[in-house]
Ligand binder design. Structure first.
Ligand SMILES: [Zn+2]
Length: 225
């Protein structure tokens, strides 16, 4: 797939869990380079493991029902049905029609984000000046990843930000803090139906989102048990 920006020979640098701990047979194992993007398809029951290879790296993730790309993962619906802004093991991520698309399996971090959206041209211009408008950003990354599916930029939904750390204060203030994820931490996402997932390996280096440095992510797909 042309949207891959990966190097397969770098996969496996992190000590993998012993096979007995894995949710299925490995059917895809790759490294998403810093600032890279990818789209991939999961069948119902398959698991996508996202590993933070170098620590403090966010994955902006969007997800679509494969039989109807207009039914996409909704952070808002997921927050309302959980009754909490944070999700982890056992929680479901729902579509705009309140149907489960993904379930969170093992999660060695426990802090992800459903509020902050994606870095994009407009936010970079407002926050960091005109020169920042053309820098790599998640929204453009996700649109490029979904282009082969015919999903245009304006239809790219708000993401589930894996490993992103957005603390919320009692008065409602939010902040972008450095992720809690360390090298080797991972989260498993289990497909609740056939889906298309796109991931932007967040390129933002101007704030604490990725600890001020864009680094690699590991992606592993396991077969359904
Ligand atoms: Zn980003």
């Amino acid at each position: 797939m042309e949207t891959f920006m990966t190097s397969l020979d770098m996969a496996g640098e992190v000590d993998p869990p012993s096979p007995g701990e894995e949710p299925g047979r490995r059917i895809l194992d790759l490294v998403l380079e810093p600032k890279g993007r990818i789209a991939l398809e999961l069948d119902k029951g398959q698991t996508l493991r996202i590993t933070d290879l170098d620590g403090q790296q966010v994955a902006d993730l969007i997800c679509f029902a494969r039989d109807d790309l207009s039914e996409k993962l909704s952070p808002n619906v997921s927050v309302m049905l959980k009754g909490n802004i944070y999700v982890s093991t056992g929680d479901l991520l729902y579509s705009v029609d309140a149907r489960p698309l993904l379930r969170i399996g093992r999660d060695t971090v426990g802090r992800h984000d459903l509020l902050a959206g994606s870095c994009c041209r407009g936010l970079n211009r407002l926050r960091y000046g005109p020169a920042a408008e053309s820098q790599a950003n998640c929204r453009d990354n996700l649109a490029a990843a979904m282009a082969p599916y015919g999903v245009p930029l304006r239809e790219i939904p708000y993401p589930f930000n894996v490993f992103m750390n957005v603390p919320v204060a009692a008065d409602g203030d939010i902040a972008v803090a450095e992720p809690l994820s360390k090298s080797g931490d991972f989260v498993d996402l289990i497909a609740e139906r056939d889906v298309v997932i796109a991931i932007s390996n967040c390129p933002q280096e101007r704030n604490a989102c990725n600890g001020f440095a864009a680094t690699r992510l590991g992606l592993t797909v396991f077969s359904a048990e």
